[in-house]
Design a binder for this molecule. Structure first.
Ligand code: GLN
Length: 546
């Protein structure tokens, strides 16, 4: 039905997971991609997730962590954030595929009569569609190597069709065109004082039952693998001993590419794919970043006020953007998550004691709104650096309306549909939308920055694009009143006049963005808003020490 086209040049690497989840397939995939990129290859990574949701946009951040948004407006798994942060190239709709999306496509086809009366089955129809998607990024010869990370753990019922598709695809691609890396756990049994290989043996056996022999084992471990353990794993799992790669716990995810380099993962991969290293790995920028990360000359405490604080992954990109910005400032940024709900006018001074800056997080719904308002009023009145992202920016607008403009019941239409002053309103384009999935204002939009503003100084240019994920916006009926009182719109969408950045004139650093700058921060390009915010918090710390 869909011819699986065979572009002879592109090589495919599949990364599977064994024994347990949360071993960090995303980081290993991104680290390998980084090394191959550093060796002169054009690489991309895609993630196939076995759940039924069409995309993670409708998933609660408590369950699945942050939803990452691509330039072209796909709501994706947070691993795509790692890919972009490591590789410094954007991903797209095609880089994240779920079981739900595969089935949706096949079922739509069935309804259109595309199968001509045939029984539609997992094999071959679902597996054909998986294979087609796996090769989608291969269309225009953009990449030398495509890494595909398979979500879930080998042996899960729901990941079976993906594993089967990999088996078929490897066979169709022919020799030296693909390889399978199996990420597994080698646990340490304290009582026995030993590392144990049995779980890995079992998970490789499961893979073999499905017709897949892994070429490389990457072994997560808390202790170094000695030669004996490596030999044992090689013997029982039919891999070469030099293809048993140790992945020891690292202080930071940004150490992993260098650890993999030391283990020669890139060399093994290239030799198995019959590729030659095009150059010695160029990791200059990476190493400079790591050097700064590990040798900070200053420290700063920043409060992240939000509502999904129990799960650190819920604000993944924000935390990573702070790491990039910290390194750029040669400072250690300690980010502490604070539950907005627990903050009120009485305790705010005490709660914010010791913090040199506050970021109010993106989010949805009313929970924690009062705490965010109390926080923003405090930092605004006490000249503490403030950075608001998406909902954080919207709440800064509400706070200003209530306490500076005297519009007592000012609110966002999202929180109160009866408010007399909807200073944040539902976007016109959102009014007729009933479906939840993929219907927000998503992806990159242009923004023009007003000359002479803080935003202009931060970006150093007047035309930018940033990524969005929201339904509500600043209500332009109020713009003049706000600007007269000192809160200005320093960034505007040139096509429809939506306010994208607000800032306060008379404040050391008070900036809010309707977009998500954290999604564009990478190791090679730390985001200027984060870099400048961290610089402002450092200046605040210095001033207050005197
Ligand atoms: N809930 C707000 C909106 O939809 C903000 C969204 C966000 O912070 N991502 O506009």
């Amino acid at each position: 039905m869909y011819p699986v086209q065979n572009n002879n040049m592109t090589k495919f690497i599949f990364v599977t997971g064994g024994v347990t989840s949360s071993l960090g397939k995303g980081i290993i995939s991104a680290s390998l991609a980084k090394l191959l990129q550093a060796r002169g290859y054009k690489v991309t990574i895609q993630k196939f997730d076995p759940y039924i949701n069409i995309d993670p946009g409708t998933l609660n951040p408590y369950e699945h962590g942050e939803c990452f948004v691509t330039e072209d407006g796909a709501e994706t798994d947070l691993d795509l954030g790692h890919y972009e942060r490591f590789l410094n190239i954007p991903t797209s709709q095609a880089n994240n595929v779920t079981t739900g999306r595969i089935y949706q496509h096949v079922i739509n086809q069935e309804r259109q009569g595309a199968f001509l009366g045939k029984t539609v089955q997992v094999v071959p129809h679902i597996t054909d569609e998986i294979k087609r998607r796996m090769k989608l990024l291969d269309q225009d010869n953009k990449y030398d190597i495509i890494i595909t990370e398979l979500g879930g753990t080998v042996g899960d019922i729901e990941s079976l069709p993906f594993i089967e598709a990999v088996r078929q695809l490897r066979w169709e691609l022919g020799s030296n065109k693909s390889l399978v890396i199996h990420l597994t756990l080698v646990p340490f049994l304290a009582a026995a004082g030993e590392l144990k290989t049995k779980p890995t043996q079992h998970s490789v056996k499961t893979l073999l039952e499905y017709g897949i022999q892994p070429d490389i084992l990457v072994c997560r471990t808390e202790h170094h693998l000695n030669q004996e353990i490596r030999k044992k794993l090689a013997l029982f799992c039919n891999v070469h001993v030099n293809a048993v790669i140790e992945s020891i716990d690292a202080p930071s995810i940004y150490d992993v590419p260098l650890l993999m380099l030391k283990e020669q993962l890139d060399k093994i991969v290239l030799s198995k794919l019959k590729l030659t290293a095009r150059q010695e790995p160029d990791l200059e920028t990476w190493k400079t970043f790591l050097g700064k990360l590990k040798n900070p000359t200053a420290e700063v405490n920043i409060a992240l006020v939000g509502k999904y604080i129990e799960l650190p992954d819920a604000y993944k990109s924000i935390n990573e953007a702070f790491i990039h910005a910290g390194a750029a400032n040669e400072a250690k940024v300690r980010v502490k998550c604070l539950a907005a709900e627990s903050i009120n006018e009485e305790n705010v001074a005490e709660v914010l004691q010791g913090f040199s800056g506050v970021l109010v997080a993106p989010g949805f719904g009313e929970r924690g709104l009062a705490g965010k308002i109390a926080t923003i009023q405090y930092v605004r009145e006490h000249d503490i650096p403030f950075f608001g992202i998406c909902l954080g920016m919207q709440v800064a607008v509400i706070e200003f309306a209530r306490h500076v403009l005297g519009l007592k019941d000012a609110n966002s239409f999202e929180m109160d549909q009866k408010t007399k002053h909807p200073v944040i309103n539902l976007m016109e384009t959102q009014k007729s939308i009933k479906e939840m999935g993929g219907t927000m204002r998503l992806g990159a939009y242009p923004c023009t920055i007003k000359k002479g503003t803080r935003a202009a100084a931060i970006y150093g240019k007047t035309h930018i694009t940033e990524r969005h994920r929201h339904r509500y916006e600043f209500n332009n009926d109020y713009l003049k009143t706000f600007e007269k009182a000192g809160m200005i719109a320093s960034g505007i969408n040139p096509d429809n006049g939506l306010v994208e950045i607000i800032e306060l004139k008379n404040h050391p650093f008070f900036v809010g963005g309707q977009f998500h700058p954290e999604l564009k921060s990478t190791v090679a390009n730390p985001h200027p808003l984060f870099v400048n915010f961290v610089a402002a918090t450092l200046a605040f710390t210095k001033k207050n020490k005197k």
